[in-house]
Design a protein around this ligand. Sequence first.
Ligand code: Q9C
Ligand code: ZN
Length: 726
Amino acid sequence: MGTALVYHEDMTATRLLWDDPECEIECPERLTAALDGLRQRGLQQRCLCLTACEASEEELGMVHSPEYVALVRRTQTLDKEELQALSKQFDAVYFHPNTFHCARLAVGAALQLVDAVLTGAVHNGLALVRPPGHHSQKEAANGFCVFNNVAIAAKHAKQKYGLQRILIVDWDIHHGQGIQYIFDDDPSVLYFSWHRYEHGRFWPFLQESDAHAVGQGQGQGFTVNLPWNQVGMGNADYLAAFLHVLLPLAFEFDPELVLVSAGFDSAIGDPEGRMRATPECFAHLTQLMQVLAGGRICAVLEGGYHLESLAQSVCMMVQTLLGDPTPPLLGLMVPCQSALESIQSVQTAQAPHWTSLQQNVAPVLGPSTRFPEGRSLPLLAENPTYEAAEAALSPLQGELCLRPTPPICTAVALAVPGAALALPPGVLLQEESALREETEAWARLHKSLFQDESLVALGKILCLLGGILDGQVRNGIAVTAALATAATVEVIIQRCLSHGAQRLLCVALGQLDRPLDLADDGRVLWLNIRGKEAAVESMFHISTPLPQVRGRVAVWRGSHCLLVFLGVPAHNPGSLRFGGWLQEPVAVSRSEPEALPLSPQTTGGFLSCILGLVLPLAYGFQPDVVLMALGPAHGLQNAQAALLASVLRGPAGGRILAVVEEESILQLARTLAQVLLGEAPPSLGPFLMASPEEIRALRLLKAQLEPRWKLLQAAAPPPGSCSPIA
Ligand code: Q9C
Ligand code: ZN
């Protein structure tokens, strides 16, 4: 099992034979640059390399008319003048005597990739192809595209494997109108595309590229267009689009396969897209998609015309498909106003078709929580010179090569030596311990909470943590002795801070109190997702909270530190003493009768919490280490814990330590180890809509947090309702 790379060098054999500034960017070097990049970074060598074969005419016929196929076949024998004349009949297309061969190889590569993934030969893969496909239509070549590689692949997956739900994610910067037309009335294919649109002033200048086009007939809601109305969109904008639009829909759709129209003209430096997302962004987008469809992802190259940017972005994607940690995302994590407006327009258009979006529309905003607008876009030079982009790419290039991947992938420190755990192969059992003196010194800070076995466990956990902080180990699982979890979490936090971690994100689930002496210097983001005691029923509080805090979503914010309680502590009123740590209670909801009631039975509520709250906070905070602690009564099902661990690998470049208690360990440790190794988490089960209480509570919480954490913004405020900070 692994990652397939499908290619044939013949696909470099088509090229423009005459002068045409519009078409010259679609050149053979695109493929060689991408492949050289993969080879230089040792990524190609780690893939299962498959040589593409031509698709049959029958396979082309799943999408294209026989007449059109015959027309393309005849181009093999045309001379240059005839080719040029024929090309003129289409928009932004050139033919070459090798076009028919290359285009059949491109389709064939996509089909082989689908076969490799759906037969289980590999988990995922990338087909590096030319010509691209997503603009091509039943009877027309368009926008450098001859046959619609991805559309044919989707038809193939339906016909040969009987798939009923296929998601196509088109992150190329152009609208894949060809794919949209082919599946317009087909509810078995969910087509998502973002694209440079500029209110219709950008190629291909179509009304149906706008957000209001949602599909026809039975297919309504299965076409999702996110038009970008300005150039310069960056990492935060793309991330917001995934968290607030694509992923909620995708989880609700529950695809069996994800096809990616992987165009990299949406990356920085590209002359067509003029966007600003850096190559690492594609690692994160890939990782976020890996929680879908059991990780079955087939990516097929579309556009991408800046050779260096293309090569780096392709490497980032393949590296992530292989399971490597994602490099941290740099840059201000604040979506721009125009992006927020686009996101809102697609939410509004799609809300009638998707319950997962209904809760995000029209956020509840009190008068005190008007948020300032998102950042405004930095202006790009009118005359496109790419020096700025080159400058942004070159330091990255250095980092890409220099950043070492830790030698050990996942390590597990067990509380009890030799406890029988069925861990997946590739996991290191942490036997080494920190020095006894050091371990005892840490234990003393916690007044004999650590004794005997738990002291032994602590020694191992400290050693594991040291490995993660030093870059020897990517990630790990620490198994604590019963009742030692809270104290262990405290030691881990202090050890991280004393080791020079700049920012530590703690996601604490269940009954874990914030350490009372946690510093208030912006270095720790403590996110407590708290359940009531009946752990299996609920991981968040719904009922029987303490009288004095009943009905409140409690949020306190220090100057930098943020503390969030989802629900309220049931048994420990002392945990509401905040000492001098927190400065101001910024927002305590007023009249709401319930605490934050998220129950694990509604996957919708859980997903809204993860996608709408936890990840925007986590990516906004940009931690260098993530601690995910499952405390007593955390109430998470294994699949939920796995999903959370899987996505929390993203924000800190893969440096995550999961802490679990001994008794909840058996199946959980194996599942967590699998996702930390890079496997897809198990399915959450059928999608159930979040309850109205969950929706209301999350909305309120988000509205209160939005002024500080801009990635939470799921929608732009209606025009006129927002004013800049006074
Ligand atoms: N300056 C793909 O990326 N030219 N096709 C647009 C706007 C056509 C792009 C001109 C671009 C086609 C697969
Ligand atoms: Zn494109």
